[in-house]
Design a protein around this ligand. Structure first.
Ligand SMILES: C[S@@+](CC[C@H](N)C(=O)[O-])C[C@H]1O[C@@H](n2cnc3c(N)ncnc32)[C@H](O)[C@@H]1O
Length: 457
């Protein structure tokens, strides 16, 4: 691997003879893996039933390494949100945040959503997840991924983190900052990362990361925990960033990650201006450790830190549930019939429970719950998202398996035979995991799997 010159000069100066040891990749090909969605199954169930080679990763209990030529995006379990293609070391930061069901969690740099999916899985559908992405097109990809993973309690925003901090100060128990970075850990995976790399990019990313970290600190409740991560090695974005932040914020303490079971401690000569900084409490994954490269730090806000009063938002108007929805829900999803609905343009939305307590009125909200469907010509037309979130609870189901040829046909967008589903709407499932919905008539299921998501291979 040919590294950029500026990078090699800096790292050789910092590491001396250790450069060749730490930058010797542990695998000949870039590491590949999948992270299992605990909203769908346990890692144990996945390990027993996967029909491809998957070895547990040391970086996170729900992550697995896969063969270099495995294409997760073509697997039916990918479509069913059972797994998320994620380089194994990228699974480490979200797991460090120690998210528990019922918490309020914010992921500030969320797209495409690998770590957000892990946070959602840790919440187990209880509590609230604010998933923010600054770049609009990427926020749309984030939405699609969270829909596929069956996340029911996320509010997805497309915002500058400063606007989030102003609207919701002190509101979150956990905050993840997976900062936009100079990507030195991407050199081997993406040639463009090496081609675009220069010292000015590092300085720009360090500045942006510092801004986002400030806003993350403001969003965090007293006693709350923040994880900051990058996929780069640059001191200004890693140890230097965290040391400078701590020097400015006495209400925060650095948590010791040395017991995390992977990687190596952060390095003091990467924050030389801060002799009191405990660099060894932060964590690095070097190429020699089996990942492409990650840095992470965990910070806790003092329990007696000032708790700002957030500005009050207006409670949203709750429209009367249309009869078409109520009839549909009572027939196919009885547990949802009593849930409040919100309007989203021509669509009806099952709002994220608790989201009314967030002051999002002036924010760009991409999605604040699960799209239920729309009323067309006095008939309720269910959304794909409804089946992906609640398909396993649908009263009318067609159960497929990985080896059933109807599974591939369904994902190609074809009509399939119904073996168990009765006339009307039905959820289609593979191994019990949702693959969208269809409409049964005369023993055939008309395919409503969205065209843009079909697996045409
Ligand atoms: C390292 S990536 C996040 C990867 C993601 N956490 C995951 O696990 O899938 C950093 C993200 O930060 C976003 N970003 C860019 N500028 C930003 C800004 N000013 N504020 C917040 N996020 C920004 C990028 O678009 C990118 O999606």
């Amino acid at each position: 691997m040919e590294f950029p010159q500026d990078f090699t000069a800096r790292e050789r100066a910092l590491l001396g003879a250790r450069f060749d040891e730490l930058y010797a990749y542990a695998t000949p090909q870039p590491a590949r893996g999948v992270t299992v969605n605990a909203l769908r199954c346990t890692p144990e169930w996945f390990a027993q039933h996967a029909d491809f080679d998957a070895q547990p990763s040391k970086f996170c209990p729900t992550a697995f390494t896969t063969a270099a030529d495995f294409r997760p995006g073509r697997h039916a379990w990918h479509h069913a949100g059972v797994l998320y293609a994620q380089e194994p070391s990228a699974s480490a930061p979200a797991a460090l945040l120690d998210v528990q069901p019922g918490m309020r969690v914010a992921d500030l740099c969320a797209a495409p959503g690998g770590k957000t999916s892990q946070l959602a899985a840790a919440l187990q559908g209880q509590g609230l997840l604010l998933a923010n992405e600054f770049v609009a097109a990427r926020a749309e990809i984030l939405r699609q991924n969270l829909e596929r993973m069956g996340v029911t309690n996320a509010v997805i925003t497309n915002e500058d983190t400063a606007r989030l901090a102003a609207a919701m100060p002190g509101q979150f128990d956990r905050v993840l900052v997976d900062a936009p970075c100079s990507g030195e850990g991407m050199f081997r995976k993406e040639a463009v990362a090496a081609a675009q790399h220069n010292n000015a990019l590092v300085a720009h990313c360090a500045e942006l990361g510092a801004e986002i970290l400030e806003n993350a600190a403001a969003l965090l409740a007293p006693g709350g925990v923040l994880v900051y991560s990058t996929c780069t090695f640059a001191p200004a974005e890693d140890e230097g960033q965290i040391a400078a932040f701590l020097a400015k914020h006495p209400a925060f303490t650095l948590c010791d990650l040395s017991g995390c079971g992977f990687g190596r401690p952060g390095e003091a000569n990467r924050a030389p201006d801060y002799p009191d900084f405990r660099a060894g409490y932060t964590r690095r994954i070097w190429p020699a450790d089996g990942g492409e490269g990650h840095f992470m730090a965990k910070l806790q806000k003092a329990a007696d830190a000032d708790a700002p009063t957030p500005p009050k938002g207006k409670p949203p108007k709750v429209p009367k549930a249309p009869a078409e929805w109520l009839d549909f829900a009572k027939t196919y999803f009885p547990a949802l019939a009593s849930r409040p609905l919100a309007g989203a343009g021509e669509w009806l939305l099952l709002p994220t429970p608790g989201s009314e307590t967030l002051n999002t009125a002036k924010l760009r909200v991409v999605r604040g719950g699960v799209l239920a469907g729309s009323v067309l010509k006095k008939r309720f037309q269910p959304a794909h998202a409804l089946f992906m979130a609640y398909g396993a609870q649908c009263t009318n189901r067609e159960a497929l398996t990985l080896t059933d040829p109807r599974t591939a046909a369904w994902l190609r967008g074809e009509e399939i035979d119904a073996a168990t589903a009765q006339n009307g709407w039905c959820a289609v499932l593979v191994d019990g995991f949702p693959l969208g919905g269809g409409k049964v008539s005369g023993g055939r299921i008309k395919n409503h799997y969205p065209k843009g998501l079909r697996n045409l291979q």
